[in-house]
Design a binder for this molecule. Structure first.
Ligand SMILES: Nc1ncnc2c1ncn2[C@@H]1O[C@H](COP(=O)(O)OP(=O)(O)O)[C@@H](O)[C@H]1O
Ligand SMILES: [Mg+2]
Length: 277
């Protein structure tokens, strides 16, 4: 049976003023039903590029993103996305920011969309602030609104690009707990990009470790064996926590540059030279 989400030979070449940049190269992964996966790697290695291709916001140059056996090349309502910053419309209240997404994506009436927006704001713990404008909300609350907006269309896939990286550590811990609670109540595939090893170990079932770019690729995929439901204390006390953490740190410190050559190299080189000549 096909995995619900597959990345097959995913490669992205950007045209830059300095020439062609092979940002990510031959990324392969199969994501299982209801799995929480973190893509982990150094800044600039291509994590957002991979996530954007899964979201359909960027097109793969080679390879593809396959959902239920079908290649996807554009955004779809089954994929909800949360970015590093909340990207809320400043003139709309929290509720209306969520409602707008619902009205656009699912064509719900204003009343029904408003009720559903409030439900998801409640779910992530910020319902009481539904009628506030973004400027009156803390960064953490804004990011909760952004999470509520993504959840409100009830997507099968939640795609998160470093959603907590701009928050102070206590707020980050709170939002990680909120995310885990929401996911444990209604499991679905989550693909979350992060460069925070402890965050990844706390939330994920598996870690996809990316090598450094250019030509970043999957260096290693690790299972995270901690039982669920997770609490920070139980994860930190787990006998294998420090072994796994050390392995990830060692990968990031010493083994990040291990791009593999593949048959795609020849294809990419020939396409690039064809374009150049
Ligand atoms: N639109 C673009 N045009 C050209 N280069 C890009 C573009 N987007 C990303 N890149 C380059 O691709 C590489 C990977 O970027 P990115 O996916 O943002 O990394 P990460 O999310 O891991 O920090 C970087 O070298 C970045 O400069
Ligand atoms: Mg990024």
């Amino acid at each position: 049976m096909n995995a619900p989400l597959e990345l097959t030979g995913l490669t992205k070449v950007f045209d830059t003023p300095a020439g062609h940049l092979v940002a990510v190269h031959d990324v392969n992964a199969q994501i299982r039903p209801d799995e929480f996966v973190c893509i982990l790697g150094h800044s600039g290695c291509g994590k957002s590029t991979v996530l954007s291709m899964i979201a359909g916001l960027e097109q793969a140059t080679f390879g593809g993103v396959v959902i239920d056996g079908r290649e996807v090349r554009e955004p779809g309502p089954e994929r909800g996305v949360v970015f590093q910053s909340a990207c809320l419309l400043p003139w709309l209240t929290a509720r209306d920011n969520v409602r707008l997404g619902l009205a656009r994506t699912l064509k719900l009436s204003r009343d029904i969309a408003g009720t559903r927006a409030r439900h998801y704001l409640d779910l992530v713990g910020v319902g009481e602030l539904a009628d506030h404008l973004p400027a009156a909300l803390s960064l953490g609350t804004q990011q909760c609104v952004s999470l509520a907006r993504a959840l409100s269309t009830e997507p099968r896939f939640l795609l998160l690009d470093e959603p907590f990286s701009q928050l102070d550590s206590l707020t980050r811990f709170d939002l990680q707990d909120t995310l885990l609670r929401v996911w444990e109540e209604t499991p679905r595939i989550v693909v979350m990009v992060t460069h925070d090893v402890d965050e990844a170990l706390y939330v994920a079932d598996r870690l996809i470790l990316m090598t450094d770019g250019p030509k970043a690729t999957v260096g290693e995929i690790l299972d995270v064996p901690f039982p669920r439901p997770r609490t920070r204390g139980r994860v930190l006390d787990h006998t294998r926590y420090y072994t796994i953490r050390s392995r990830v740190m060692e990968f990031l410190e010493h083994h990040a540059r291990q791009s593999r050559s593949s048959v795609l190299d020849a294809v990419i080189a020939s396409r690039i030279s064809a374009v150049a000549s």
